[in-house]
Design a binder for this molecule. Structure first.
Ligand SMILES: NC(=O)c1ccc[n+]([C@@H]2O[C@H](COP(=O)([O-])OP(=O)(O)OC[C@H]3O[C@@H](n4cnc5c(N)ncnc54)[C@H](O)[C@@H]3O)[C@@H](O)[C@H]2O)c1
Length: 283
């Protein structure tokens, strides 16, 4: 549904908004006239980030939530509707990253990654979508995947990449389903943004077992773009109703394009082989 200024007077919920890309998304949406619910497992951090936005004149609410817990997400939805009365934009952005080989990864590593990156997104969709569908008017969902869902070689990030493949699959399916309801859906794929994503295990609950080793360090990603650049690209994409937004440093675009083409080359080769073997020699 096209509207010249769909943000004014409407409300966005952004998960993973204590810092990084989520905080930048919340700031960008607030600057463009939206009320914003900032949600994060880091309750102190998200409360602080929301207070900073309020100081800039944005209607902002900070809420502590564990997106992997359906009850916690239901409480987030209740708090959002109680504060602002409606939710028109849902940004499923909370995510965690873990590097390491498949052989060295524990089932706890996988369960933690998928509980946040995949189930967290599903919990939020389940909690918010029924009321969003009923509401009518301009509405949008944006899910944060990663360029890691498009790489031909995901050695040392296979489990993380697998969760982001799931985000791609669910988001594409959702786009078709929600088109009938007039709700737009955008897949955001950042790559190399300067956030604390390498230090994701700061939020890993003990229930998933021992923390994995940190082969790639815990500092800020080097040679990265600023989260606000990701946020601007994402918000512009939402406004245009784009199905897919990539946000990565300019100098990595060529390499990334080559990697995506390599994926298609692998598929193309496999399809070509099959076509040849289906044609008996001499026909
Ligand atoms: N930074 C990058 O280069 C990059 C690249 C590709 C994709 N991404 C994706 O972008 C999204 C945002 O990550 P970021 O880079 O800003 O990292 P970040 O670590 O700065 O932000 C992630 C936020 O999610 C929160 N979080 C973690 N577990 C949670 C849970 N169970 N419930 C609620 N909140 C939780 C964290 O507290 C944190 O504030 C993630 O989905 C990530 O996978 C980032």
């Amino acid at each position: 549904m096209f509207e010249p200024d769909p943000f004014a007077g409407r409300t966005a919920v952004v998960t993973g908004a204590a810092g990084g890309i989520g905080a930048a998304l919340a700031a960008e949406l607030g600057a463009r006239g939206m009320s914003v619910v900032l949600a994060d497992i880091d309750e102190l951090g998200v409360t602080r980030t929301a207070a900073e936005l309020r100081e800039r004149g944005v209607r902002a609410l900070g809420v502590g939530v564990d997106v992997s817990d359906p009850e916690s997400v239901a409480a987030l939805a209740a708090a959002s509707y109680a504060e602002f009365g409606s939710v028109e934009l849902l940004c499923n952005n909370a995510g965690v990253l873990l590097f390491g080989s498949v052989a060295d990864s524990s089932i706890g590593d996988w369960r933690w990654l998928s509980s946040v990156n995949v189930e967290g997104m599903l919990n939020c969709l389940n909690a918010f979508l029924p009321r969003m569908v009923e509401a009518g008017g301009w509405r949008h969902v944006m899910n944060t995947a990663s360029t890691h869902a498009f790489l031909p070689d995901t050695a040392n990030s296979a489990l993380y990449s697998a969760t982001k493949h799931a985000v791609v699959g669910i988001t594409l399916g959702l786009r078709g389903e929600l088109a009938e309801e007039g709700i737009g859906v955008t897949l955001l794929c950042p790559g190399q943004a300067a956030t604390r994503i390498l230090d994701s295990q700061r939020n890993r609950p003990h229930s998933f077992g021992r923390r994995a080793g940190e082969p790639f360090g815990t500092g800020v990603i080097p040679m990265a773009i600023e989260p606000r650049e990701v946020a601007r690209a994402a918000v512009d994409g939402i406004l245009r109703g784009d199905p897919l937004v990539f946000a990565l440093p300019e100098f990595t675009r060529g390499t990334f394009r080559g990697q995506v083409e390599e994926m298609w080359r692998l598929a193309d080769n496999a399809l070509g082989d099959r076509a040849e073997s289906a044609c008996p020699v001499g026909d």
